[in-house]
Design a protein around this ligand. Structure first.
Ligand code: SF4
Length: 439
């Protein structure tokens, strides 16, 4: 079958791909690989690469396909409906399947959109190829069966983005690629769960280390990979598996520096794992510090304390691992004093990269239900689910001018420190360019 596979990805707008919003979309990447393996032909539309809705319509008009698959995130819901409408305008007989996290977490809302013929929930790998054998007889809502063995899946289709991704991390040599080594998370943060478990199930599934390293070798050989990110929600949650990755990566001669996500409590408990990761090339770690208030950390069920946040940062510093800090402002019940505590904590941590966000109730999470039950939400459009600073008011009772002030405050450093940091970055950027042969 000829299929049009679509990633709307318009949270940062048209043209954002070239401007750096070019992260690899693993959902469409795995579907493309799987359907090609099953004998289908894939035409890929990544709207970030186009400049306008006129270009989207021209692309759809010029492409030959028998059905379309759209991956829908909550923030892209309106855009996905518009794309489906353009497909129906070209030919009302063309069938459109909407999948992705929004279809799983907000199934009834997605099914309420007449532009979609089918709503595909959960994971696609096992069920989608079967459904495509006889799409006309498929029900309106299709639930995908979970693939139990991730090693049995093909590697994601890198031909969709062979040039790799931008990182914003100045010392990671290009080309840089992201991979996923597992699905699911053991933890229970209320701004995230149970949505994460609703998508990936209660049990975390991991690829074998050998299979992950095979993919990294393939990226090195075929695409010249010079650095990478393990994009799992929490790569370090199984310390023995992560430790095995360190030893086997070195044994295979894979010397590329890499990035992963972890949690402050794990870093505090597992100094030794962090040291082994560092020795295996870990250069950056993403940590969700979230708040500088123990009351707020308990309210969001983060399972860490402010003391652990500070200790984890100092452990990373001692090991020479750079910190990409995620934290947020504007949570329900959060006071001005508590926001100031978060800003003060970030000034103590002084991460290498700041990533503040504005709390946004994520569909399917307990905090989303909390906001809905109390009629707190101010979000009136799909775009309102963007979480970046300045992306608008999210819930009642939060002073967003104060949130903006605290975001600025959290990143305040002295002039001397700023100059030293710029000089260090300059040297590191040059080093990364030399390593990637692009100086
Ligand atoms: S926020 Fe991260 S650590 Fe917490 S439940 Fe979600 S994926 Fe797991």
């Amino acid at each position: 079958m000829k299929l049009l596979l679509i990633y709307p990805g318009l949270a940062d707008g048209f043209g954002s791909y070239r401007a750096g919003a070019n992260w690899f979309h693993h959902g469409t990447g795995i579907i493309s690989a799987l359907l090609k393996r099953a004998g289908h032909t894939i035409v890929y539309l990544d709207c970030r690469k186009l400049a306008s809705w006129e270009e989207v319509e021209s692309f759809i008009g010029a492409s030959e396909f028998e059905a379309a698959l759209i991956s829908v995130a909550t923030v892209d819901f309106t855009a996905a409906r518009r794309i489906a409408g353009l497909i129906k305008k070209k030919d009302p007989a063309l069938r459109v399947i909407a999948g992705g996290p929004h279809a799983t977490l907000m199934t009834q809302e997605t099914a309420g959109a007449a532009e979609f013929d089918h709503v595909f929930t959960h994971e696609a790998e096992v069920t989608l190829p079967l459904v495509l054998e006889d799409l006309r007889s498929a029900p309106r809502i299709i639930r995908g069966e979970m693939p139990p063995d991730l090693d049995a899946l093909p590697f994601v289709d890198r031909s969709l983005a062979p040039e790799g991704e931008s990182t914003g991390l100045w010392d990671m040599p290009a080309p840089y690629f992201s991979i996923t080594a597992s699905r699911g998370c053991l933890y229970n943060c209320s701004f995230c769960q149970p949505a994460e478990r609703a998508v990936f199930g209660n049990k975390v599934r991991r690829r074998s280390i050998g299979n992950v390293l095979d993919e990294l070798e393939n990226l090195s050989r075929e695409y010249g990979m010079k650095s990478f990110m393990i994009h799992d929600d929490c790569f370090t949650q199984y310390h023995e598996w992560a430790g095995e990755f360190c030893e086997k990566k070195k044994a295979r001669g894979l010397t590329q520096p890499f990035v992963c996500q972890s949690r402050a409590d794990i870093i505090c408990r597992r100094h030794d794992l962090m040291r082994r990761l560092r020795e295996a090339g870990l250069t950056w770690v993403y940590i969700g510090f979230e708040s500088g208030s123990d009351r707020v950390l308990q309210f969001i069920r983060k399972g860490v304390t402010v003391a652990q946040n500070l200790e984890a940062a100092s452990i990373c510093r001692r090991l020479g691992i750079k910190i990409f800090a995620n934290y947020m402002f504007g949570l329900p019940t959060e006071t001005r004093e508590e926001m100031s505590q978060t800003a003060a904590m970030m000034r103590k941590i002084r991460p290498d990269m700041y990533s503040p966000s504005v709390f946004t109730p994520a569909p399917g999470s307990d905090l989303y239900a909390y906001c809905m039950e109390r009629d707190l939400s101010l979000i009136t459009s799909a775009e309102g689910y963007r979480r970046s600073a300045g992306s608008g008011a999210k819930i009642k009772g939060v002073d967003y001018a104060y949130v903006d002030r605290m975001i600025r405050e959290s990143m305040r450093v002295s002039v001397g420190y700023r100059i030293r940091r710029r000089l260090a970055r300059l040297a590191e950027t040059l080093g990364a360019r030399l390593r990637s042969g692009r100086a």
